[in-house]
Write a protein that binds this ligand. Sequence first.
Ligand SMILES: Cc1cc2nc3c(=O)[nH]c(=O)nc-3n(C[C@H](O)[C@H](O)[C@H](O)COP(=O)(O)O)c2cc1C
Length: 299
Amino acid sequence: MLETEISGIKLRNPLVLAAGILGVTKESLRRVARDAGAVTTKSIGKKPRKGNPNPSIVAFEHGLINSVGLSNPGIDAVLSEFGRLDDLEVPVIMSIFARKKEELAEVAAKAEKLNPAMIEIDMSCPVFEYEGMPWDNPKTTEEIVRSVKKAIKRPLAVKLSPNTARIGEVALGAERGGADVITAVNTLPGMIINPEAGLPVLSNRTGGVSGPALKPIAIRAVYEIYEKVSIPIIGVGGVTTGRDAVEMLMAGASAVGVGSAVYYRGVEAFAKIKEEMEEWMRSNNVRNVKEIRGLAHRR
Ligand SMILES: Cc1cc2nc3c(=O)[nH]c(=O)nc-3n(C[C@H](O)[C@H](O)[C@H](O)COP(=O)(O)O)c2cc1C
């Protein structure tokens, strides 16, 4: 009932652990792999990165805001720790980032040695120094994607930022550069001020907003991208319940990323959302994911 496919990779259900949610250990991925359709690693860069000091993740009424800052042990340490990524119960998507275009291709080539099912590049990465703000520039995105695609053989997912007024065009740039999948969206920059302290709550002051507050923004992004490209989309942003996941599929997603919901519902979030999706489908006489994918686009 819930089977789906992204770029030739079969998933037993559409739920994908979003990047950066559960550390970098294989054990944490394994726990989620019991119920998810696929899992994504934390984003890994060329060198170890400490990230920002605490508080770096704070809950508010409508979601979370984080400034974790891409803390990670660096690709070389991950190569020796993980060994391989094709021995989990489900496909593993390896997320990577870099400061520069050339570095990104280099990290991608190394990441491929781990045998992930797919490589995902974090194009919304705030540390990116490459000129031309790729998250808001279709041409720059196309160039970056093309250079990474040349360096690898596996399918490539490109993760986009909602921080643009032309996400459909940026996705089209990624598709032209050779992307196999679009992942949309990453967090949206924001700030929360504690009125009593008279200061922002995050040590970094600004951070990325995720969770329910992001959902309508993510739904719109996926809807627009679906109109522009023909490659599959992993829709991410604020999905907390089975009903939210159905909404994401109807916007045009082939698979659905789940991040902040793990903070709200624990790792059981995947089993719960899966059950809720099945229940919704049964009571609405929907037999499979294909029947509802992109449904909201009919006029
Ligand atoms: C604490 C935290 C860390 C994250 N780290 C990464 C990361 O390393 N790479 C990345 O591409 N996205 C990262 N994200 C973004 C998520 O993968 C996801 O795109 C975003 O949170 C929206 O989905 P959600 O509302 O289901 O959380 C992070 C999100 C959170 C909350």
